[in-house]
Design a binder for this molecule. Structure first.
Ligand SMILES: [Zn+2]
Length: 201
């Protein structure tokens, strides 16, 4: 990994050590985050995740660094970053120029890419907004999220994808119950009716 990449990625070496685990992201984002990293790896770009979930304190420190000019990439004010809610990850690749291709690909699938706001390492799950962060899956976001999820069918696998999407509608159910709904829909007519109601409503 080139030194420049580590500096550009923002955290990023040195005094700040941020969470880089994909498991720290909101569960709905994880399969797509893995697909993103896998796709970059399959393209030979040696992806490295440099930041996922941040605490308020970490965001405050990053923001101070940014205000002091120690941070080349933009940093959102504390309390407003998608990273603080598990909706974003930062990833570097080699060569760094390839981030544009990866970002365009992420965007074409319905994801939010930071290249649009001078932060090319930033990859965000669709639908993040401060007012929705407390309750991320308002019905108005379903279309956006569904379109995003559906675009990943070949990468994530259809059953896993359907389980992920169904989980938005029926957050109380286990993954195995959701999988059974897909495999044996006639045994779960009431649940499907509930999904359909939310979908339409
Ligand atoms: Zn970011």
């Amino acid at each position: 990994m080139k030194k420049a990449s580590a500096r550009e990625c923002g955290s990023r070496e040195g005094s700040l050590s941020l969470s880089t685990s994909l498991n720290a992201l909101i569960p709905e984002f994880r399969p797509f985050a893995r697909a993103l990293v896998d796709a970059a790896g399959a393209a030979g770009l040696m992806p490295r995740v440099t930041s996922t979930l941040r605490s308020r304190a970490e965001q405050e420190r990053l923001y101070r660094h940014y205000q002091q000019g120690l941070q080349t990439l933009p940093v959102a004010p504390p309390g407003t970053s998608a990273h603080e809610y598990g909706f974003a990850l930062d990833m570097v690749v080699s060569p760094m120029e390839a981030l544009t291709d990866v970002g365009r690909w992420w965007e074409s699938n319905g994801g939010v890419w930071g290249g649009e706001f001078h932060d090319p390492v930033h990859f965000e799950y669709p639908g993040f907004a401060l007012e929705s962060a407390a309750t991320p899956f308002e019905p108005s976001l379903y279309d956006k999220v569904l379109n995003f999820a559906i675009s990943f069918v070949p990468l994530v696998g259809e059953t896993q994808l359907a389980v992920t999407v169904l989980g938005f509608f029926l957050p109380g159910l286990s993954q195995s119950t959701l999988a059974d709904m897909i495999e044996n829909p006639l045994l779960h007519l009431e649940r499907w009716a509930a999904v359909q109601q939310q979908w339409i409503g």
